[in-house]
Design a protein around this ligand. Structure first.
Ligand SMILES: NC(=O)c1ccc[n+]([C@@H]2O[C@H](COP(=O)([O-])OP(=O)(O)OC[C@H]3O[C@@H](n4cnc5c(N)ncnc54)[C@H](O)[C@@H]3O)[C@@H](O)[C@H]2O)c1
Length: 444
């Protein structure tokens, strides 16, 4: 029954906070949403959703009566005992996580025996322990602490909240941990209830493992290119092994986003600061950095020098279905192209506003065909559905040249070639005709 669900607070109304708030509102909770960004709070109060996330706007509109927005943390403290923390933890110059926003929240907490902080932000292992120490030193030992890391994916965040693979709750075995478990109970997800440090490590290890899988398949793709094999076929062949699984085996131009790069780096630094050299993560990071730049070599192979060449980028967001540009591969790519003397045009269905701010030197087009008009080469950077279904003949007609680099292996090489374009994917090397039909077919 919705009436029996307790009100909660959510501090930070970004991708994680707003989705968490809307998700709990869907489960029947009243949610007090706090953010220091007054302009954002005003937009939210007036029903405007500051980020693009499929299904989020509908949920926020549907539960407008349950969602309360404010800049004053006292509102959340008054109405809720559980305060979910979803503030940003971006990387510092050293690669460690910047916990200043988390500490601002901790500092704002009054002494209390009836409240708990529930940490959704991704933090280094040991953060919960040091926050509890701070509470003790300041006479706030009654304040409880729970680690409840978030695993949602931008682009499908609402669905991920409502249907999580698992819920992880790290706590001291007190009322606060029980209350968080109860809150998530209607989702009927597998529960991992553990200690705080292990919960913190689960989040970092999960992201590090996924990033490792991506860098692994990208290296396989690069070797495919020099051995005449096809990574799409290889991924299918290894992904059918239960022990490996098919997900995160799509070769491409590297991972970006607000989580993988910073969390992998944070785990590497965390290990290093504790005296352990996490060698594997060094390779994961380096492979990813090089992968973003490999497109330049592919373009030079076809175009020679890039000086004065017109290159069009299709897609700028770090992945489809989001407007998030944080650590997007397009940022590195466009900077490298500009440095190499190329003229760069670009189109993204959703991320244009943020992209304009971050990449002022680019020419932004109103649609994909407009972006490729007059281009010597086109690079598909983000695999939006709109590009997967693009009219390839219209692309070929609009371009001055004929090179298409499929940075996400999202297009059918045969269809691209049939439209009169030169196709080059990632690791989709030319396969000898005598190999298995599927392999020859894809490499076609
Ligand atoms: N984005 C993701 O896909 C994702 C997934 C899992 C975990 N996480 C983690 O969740 C955390 C939040 O990520 P995000 O992408 O939602 O960040 P975000 O930058 O989109 O949102 C953070 C919000 O916190 C607000 N804020 C900052 N300081 C504040 C304070 N002192 N009081 C109140 N509000 C404050 C900001 O104004 C902003 O609105 C990070 O630690 C991130 O690593 C993110």
């Amino acid at each position: 029954m919705a009436a029996s669900r307790e009100p909660i607070g959510v501090i930070g109304t970004g991708y994680v906070g707003l989705v968490t708030a809307a998700g709990f509102a869907e489960l029947g909770n009243d949610v007090w949403c706090i953010d220091i960004d007054a302009a954002k709070v005003e937009r939210l109060k007036s029903g405007e959703i500051p980020i693009y996330e499929p299904g989020l706007e509908e949920l926020v509109v549907k539960h407008r009566g349950r969602l309360h927005f404010s800049t004053d943390i006292a509102d959340a403290l008054e109405h809720a005992r559980l305060l979910f923390v979803a503030v940003g933890t971006p990387p510092t110059y050293s690669g460690d996580a910047d916990l200043s926003a988390v500490h601002a929240v901790v500092d704002a907490m009054p002494p209390s025996d009836r409240h708990a902080l529930v940490m959704k932000s991704t933090v280094p292992v040991g953060t919960g322990g040091s926050i509890k120490r701070i509470f003790r030193e300041r006479g706030k030992e009654g304040f409880r602490y729970v680690s409840c890391p978030e695993f949602l994916k931008e682009g499908s965040a609402v669905a991920d909240f409502l249907h999580p693979d698992r819920v992880v709750v790290g706590d001291d075995g007190d009322w606060a941990g029980d209350a968080v478990v109860d809150l998530y109970a209607p989702l009927e997800a597998p529960l991992v209830r553990t200690d705080i440090a292990s919960a913190e490590m689960i989040k970092l290890a999960a992201n590090a493992f996924l990033a490792t899988k991506i860098s692994f398949i990208n290296e396989i793709a690069n070797v495919c290119e020099v051995t005449g094999s096809n990574v799409t076929e290889v991924a299918k062949g290894i992904g059918l092994d239960d022990r490996i699984g098919p997900k995160f085996l799509q070769a491409g131009v590297g991972f970006g986003g607000s989580c993988f790069p910073k969390d992998v780096s944070a785990l590497k630094q965390l290990a290093g600061n504790s005296g352990y050299h996490f060698q594997l993560l060094n390779a994961v990071i380096e492979v990813n950095e090089l992968q973003k730049r490999r497109v330049i070599g592919k373009l030079e192979k076809h175009l020679g020098t890039l000086v004065g060449k017109h290159v069009a980028l299709l897609g700028l967001a770090f992945k489809p279905n989001t407007d998030d540009m944080r650590e997007a591969t397009s940022l590195v790519l466009s900077a490298r192209l500009t440095a190499a003397g190329a003229q760069v045009s670009a189109y993204d269905p959703i991320a244009e506003d943020e992209a304009r701010r971050l990449m002022p030197g680019l020419e932004f087009a109103d649609d994909a065909i407009d972006a490729v008009r007059g281009a010597d080469a086109v690079v598909l950077v983000t695999e939006w559905d709109e590009f997967k279904n693009i009219d390839l003949r219209a692309v070929a007609e609009a371009m001055a040249g004929d090179v298409l680099i499929d940075g996400r292996n999202a297009l059918d090489p045969k269809a691209v070639r049939a439209a009169g374009l030169v196709y080059e994917g990632i690791g989709r090397g030319p396969a000898p005709a005598y190999l298995a039909p599927t392999l020859a077919g894809v490499a076609g």
